[in-house]
Design a protein around this ligand. Structure first.
Ligand code: NAG
Length: 157
């Protein structure tokens, strides 16, 4: 109980210290609900109009200003298809299902410094939401060993 309260207090102080455009909630408690995406919504791959998709990719600097939410965590499973789909459905489940327009998911992404008080740099699984559709220009080739199983989809409803 004391631990929970301490963690919660730390969470609040950290959250209030961050830019208001980026909400860092845990994927468990308080994370966006996993919500099935209706078939009336169109899913698209930011790379689908290009032939130059790198095998592994990470968000480029241009995507940062459109970031809505980011979670970093150890992969709870080995099923990358399922985990990336869950991230996309959490994007849809965010808020009133109108805010998140794109989701990026990959393993082996460096955690940003300050994430839950972490010094940052360790490689974890990332699920990141964006307020607009991403294009190929918002993504770039990942450094060696990073961005494993990288996945990005836009949702248009
Ligand atoms: C991974 O998850 C997907 C979606 O839930 C499922 O269809 C597939 O069978 C799973 N693959 C493995 C190897 O468990």
């Amino acid at each position: 109980m004391l631990l929970t309260a301490t963690f919660f207090t730390a969470l609040i102080s950290l959250t209030s210290a961050l830019p208001t455009t980026t909400k860092t909630l845990t994927k468990r408690a308080g994370g966006p609900a996993i919500k099935p995406i209706p078939s009336t919504c169109a899913l698209s791959n930011p790379y689908q109009q290009t032939t130059s998709a790198p095998s592994t990719f990470i968000p480029a600097a241009s995507a940062k200003s459109a970031q809505l939410y980011a979670a970093y965590y150890p992969s709870p499973s080995t099923n990358t298809t399922q985990m990336s789909q869950q991230c996309l459905e959490q994007c849809y489940g965010y808020g009133t299902s109108t805010e998140c327009h794109s989701a990026y998911w990959a393993e082996n992404i460096p955690v940003p410094a300050g994430y839950y008080g972490s010094p940052g740099g360790q490689l974890e699984t990332a699920c990141i939401f964006y307020t607009r559709a991403l294009t190929a220009a918002d993504l770039e080739a990942a450094p060696e060993g990073q961005g494993t199983s990288s996945f990005a989809r836009n949702i248009a409803c």
